[in-house]
Write a protein that binds this ligand. Structure first.
Ligand code: GNR
Ligand code: NI
Length: 167
């Protein structure tokens, strides 16, 4: 297992569009294990492959308190969405920034697991929001891009200041 480096916004690689997985092999299962280890270590409730500079449609999520309920989504598709969520988001690629962005409260997702078995998942609350957040990463979209230009300017200033302090 390995802990992978998480890209930080702004980084052009966070804007790459991920490609569908076509081969379900040991390399894919190792990527999923390493992504899970990276997510748990961070700690975060989700991680998209884009964030570790792998541009494949792979997501890991665990919103459980005990951190024992890993969900792996390969090539996910939202087939139904309902309502509006009011959960504030954060992102491991944008540390220290939290805000509300428009998301559905409930989603039905069709995806494959790491072995290539198809399944559907009905999610609500934090899990539903997290799925939408991670699927945006696969499209090269980071949650702060939903915010006003004024807020985005403030986010960039805050991240630049964090970097200066850590240097
Ligand atoms: O750890 C995370 N927490 C979180 C909280 C609310 C909505 C979405 C998230 S996802 C985030 C981890 C991350 O950056 N995934 O891409
Ligand atoms: Ni994120």
């Amino acid at each position: 297992m390995a802990i992978l480096n998480i890209l930080r916004y702004p980084d052009a690689r966070l804007h790459k569009v991920a490609a569908s997985v076509t081969v379900f092999d040991e390399g894919l299962r190792k990527l999923v294990r390493d992504m899970a280890e990276t997510m748990y270590a961070a700690p975060g409730v989700g991680l998209a492959a884009t964030q570790v500079d792998v541009h494949k449609r792979v997501i890991v999520i665990d919103v459980s308190d005990r951190r024992d309920s890993l969900v792996t989504l390969v090539n996910p598709e939202i087939v139904e969405h309902h309502g509006e969520s009011d959960i504030e988001e954060g992102c491991l690629s944008v540390p220290g920034i939290y805000d509300l962005v428009p998301r559905a409260e409930r989603v039905k997702v069709r995806a494959y697991d790491a072995d290539g078995k198809a399944f559907t998942l009905e999610a609500q609350g934090l899990l539903a929001v997290c799925i939408q957040h991670e699927m945006d990463h696969l499209e090269g979209k980071v949650f702060v891009e939903y915010l006003s230009q004024l807020k985005q300017t403030r986010v960039r200033a805050k991240l630049a200041k964090q970097l200066r302090k850590s240097a």
